[in-house]
Each structure stands twice: as structure tokens, then as C-alpha cells.
Design a protein around this ligand. Structure first.
Ligand SMILES: [Zn+2]
Length: 108
């Protein structure tokens, strides 16, 4: 009886050892696969980082109203980058101011 029990215990222990070894080897395999996969995917973050820079270029706005000699903060693109005083100015004038700002930005 006791020998039978010992054999059963040994068998159980053997099974547990094998399970541990298999688990370990699977873990190693997974780690190897993950490690191998991570090498080609290093290009992906580079692509991802180019998107915000493009956005940053697009959203290059003047710090204040685009009207000449006006230092007031503008009210955003909705108001053609003009302050409260100049947002009622004619469209042609606003276009001129915007073109002037673009020129100044390009030269600086
Ligand atoms: Zn203004």
C-alpha cells in the first residue's frame, strides 16, 4: 500500500514537473516570438510620431490679431484670426493681413 502511494506521489510530482517545464518552455517561446516581433515593429512608432508633427505644422497660428499694429489676442480661426475690434473688418482687408502675416512668417 505504502509503495503504491509512493509511486502515485512520484507520478504526480513527475507530472507537475513536466507541466512546469512545458509552461517554462512555452513562456520562453512566447518571449522569443514577442522579442522577434518587436524588432520589425520599431518602424511603427516612427510612423506614429510623424503624424503629430504634421498636425503641429498645420496649426501654426499667429500669437495675436493679424491686423497691422494690433497686439490683442485673436479670437481663433472662426474670427479670421482677428481680435474683437478687427473681426468686423472687411474680408479683403483680412485676406491682406493674413497674406502679410504669412510673408512675415516665411521671412523670419
Ligand atoms: Zn486686432
Amino acid at each position: 500500500m505504502s509503495l503504491d502511494k509512493t509511486i502515485r506521489d512520484r507520478a504526480t510530482q513527475f507530472g507537475l514537473d513536466i507541466a512546469t517545464l512545458v509552461r517554462q518552455s512555452i513562456a520562453d517561446e512566447v518571449m522569443r516570438l514577442v522579442g522577434a516581433r518587436s524588432t520589425p515593429t520599431t518602424t511603427a512608432p516612427k510612423r506614429a510620431t510623424t503624424a503629430p508633427t504634421r498636425k503641429g505644422r498645420k496649426l501654426h497660428l499667429p500669437p495675436h490679431c493679424i491686423a497691422p499694429n494690433c497686439k490683442k489676442p485673436h479670437r481663433g480661426l472662426r474670427f479670421s484670426l482677428c481680435c474683437a475690434d478687427h473681426s468686423s473688418a472687411p474680408k479683403s482687408a483680412k485676406r491682406k493681413w493674413l497674406a502679410a502675416w504669412h510673408k512675415q512668417k516665411a521671412s523670419s
